[in-house]
Design a protein around this ligand. Sequence first.
Ligand SMILES: [Fe+2]
Ligand SMILES: [Fe+2]
Length: 292
Amino acid sequence: MSSRKSLEKAIGRIGDLPAIPEVVSQVLQLTEDSNVALADVSKVIERDPALTAKLLKVSNSPYYGMKQVVGTLKLALVILGAREVRNIVLGVSVVDSLRDKTTERFFEHMDFWNHSAMVGGLAKKAGTRFNLGLQGEDFISGLLHDIGKIVMWRQIGRPYEALLAGAGGHSAALIEAEKEAYDFDHADAAAVLAHKWNLPDTLGDALYYHHPREGQSLGDAKDPKLAALVQIANQAAHDNWAAEDKMSLISCANDAAWNVLFDNKKVMELDDRVSLLSGYHTELANAPAPVF
Ligand SMILES: [Fe+2]
Ligand SMILES: [Fe+2]
């Protein structure tokens, strides 16, 4: 992300970003060693029963798609492994840190978290299907992809609400309006927050690239496949799956992202993309909305 400095300047002009919450930095410390011990992860999470409960809720939700019920932290660590548990806890902690009563009133109302969980669930399912070897990064990148909207809402308030409403749920229109009004968009804001909070670069770049960026390539992301996956998942969450014309399904027509997913080799055919993603979308749309 080459223009981070200028973005920080632009975002800094309209207010301070929230400081990194204690729990997020604690969870992040666990990532420094990629072979982190189960006992160490367990110790940090155990101290916070609410966090433990949320970890189990997420792991057992249809959006996470586990085949087995995970009833305890110990079992979660055995089945998922320390790194994946750490990732889920990281996602949940970031969500918690950005939520407060005022933010919630607005964001619940816009169905923000349902959309976020849908993108997380779609990314997780597709990431698993394509054997990307991700350990929860798919789910949390999807879950957090739009947090830049919260950052902007907290800083700008009502004028940003009006801008969001004006875009009427159309991603391209929203990005354009944000850029015109503030010189940056919510994907930029998310990436700057991720950087400030020392979130992993793979995650920060997945947020930064969740909408196709003019003149920039997914290949420049720290983990291009993760970024491509989240871009497709977000488009799939917005697509109208009842449409007759399959080419109108932006998630399926996004060749640039599919090429990255398949290393430009034997890329999945359009019809197969449609049946795969529409199947995942239907499964998740019929699942109970996740509460965590
Ligand atoms: Fe977005
Ligand atoms: Fe989105």
